[in-house]
Design a protein around this ligand. Sequence first.
Ligand code: 3PG
Length: 307
Amino acid sequence: MKKILVATEKPFSKIAVDQIREIVEAAGFKMELLEKYTSESQLLDAVADVDAMIVRSDIVNKNVLEAAKNLKIVVRAGAGYDNLDLDGCTAHNVVAMNTPGQNSNAVAELVFGMMIFGIRKQFNGATGAELRGKSIGIHAYGNVGYYVGKIAHGFGMKVYAYDPYVSADRMKSHGVEPLPSVEDLYRTCEFISLHIPATENTKKSINKALLSLMPKGAVLVNTARKEVINEEELVELMAERNDFIYLSDIIPSNADVFKEKFPGRYFFTPKKMGAQTEEANVNAGVAAARQIVSYLNLGDETFRVNR
Ligand code: 3PG
């Protein structure tokens, strides 16, 4: 009997796990569960005889791929797959997939939760500001960016986006104003919401030169990846500009510096929370389980991200 491992250091909700199990068992497979593991060796033991894996931000590196002798497919239940060694997967004949769009609304809603928290002075009783009438720049208009735009319209914000991979017509059809360059986006918008993946090209690309273009009262919201930020330069900028707020769903490597130097002007969730809703857990988990069944039974490679 084929074994499907759900390996989630940050667990899905019970209802999502139950639904994954139902799909796996209905297909005649067995589900195994490894949650809240604290060392790589636990993961290496758990993958030893599995045919498929569902992960979240869990690291699937060379060690994991070498330990998982029977592995045929790994599905990242979520959007960003920078945690998967794609070349390693290909070398081990493992298909890698993600589940695009399944957790996007959850992430987009958190963007607004964080923005309101940030501009209402973290609910400390002082006078804050409103979103209505302000400009928001969506940096990368994928699934999350789309939902951010939709919600921003509800708040009465002016919505702009920059994404060289998405047509201007698509953005315009959603009432989003496309801007021709990333500099234009940062120059135009008081709020910037990051939705770029962490790649060799984007790492540290959000730097001082770009951020200093933002108008007074700038708020940078990061629900993407910490690697895309040039953290040293962000600190430099915030030291020079006391109007600048940084809100991140990923704790930066230099979090202590923010704590010491910028009280009230930053907020970091203790653990990545964007996709941590029951709905997103179910959507992404169920999609991952279905994709695995469909691949193992029919060879369906939709959503494959390695070649
Ligand atoms: C994603 O890329 O889908 C999000 O960052 C969510 O990651 P998580 O599943 O680890 O919460």
